[in-house]
Design a protein around this ligand. Structure first.
Ligand SMILES: [Zn+2]
Length: 138
């Protein structure tokens, strides 16, 4: 169990969460135009083609926005502060919000290369990120 919030998993997004459970970060790919996207839709948001397919990513991306949280929004997050909330652009294109897990939150910056990491929160594996060159960050 965890006191931190966990996502509600619906049928549409279930393959994403099956991926994280298997330590694989998945996004949707349009069968018609090859657009890769998140979050889960029943059609491509670029060309409206139906039935996109889930594909594995390399789990690599770049920070495009980040902030350091110093005041925990919930008591369960208090042990984690300061921590980083960021928007990461995956190499495949989609952007997603996640934490950048690091002991040096003040050194996270736009353009930082990151790689996916997984945080077990209760029964759910969340996709988080850590600096791709963690040694340089410590
Ligand atoms: Zn498309």
């Amino acid at each position: 169990m965890t006191d931190k919030p966990v996502p509600t998993i619906n049928d549409l997004a279930a393959p994403f969460w099956q991926g994280t459970a298997a330590r694989e970060l998945r996004v949707l790919r349009c069968r018609r135009c090859d657009h890769h996207f998140l979050y889960a839709h029943e059609w491509c948001p670029r060309c409206w083609a139906p039935e996109p397919q889930w594909v594995a990513t390399a789990g690599l991306g770049t920070v495009v926005a980040a902030t350091v949280v110093h005041q925990a929004p919930y008591a369960a997050f208090a042990p984690d502060v300061p921590y980083v909330v960021a928007i990461v652009r995956l190499d495949e294109g989609p952007r997603m919000m996640a934490n950048i897990v690091t002991r040096a939150p003040g050194r996270v910056h736009i353009g930082l290369r990151v790689e996916v990491d997984f945080e077990m929160r209760g029964e759910v594996a969340l996709a988080q990120f850590r600096p791709a060159n963690a040694v340089a960050m410590e």
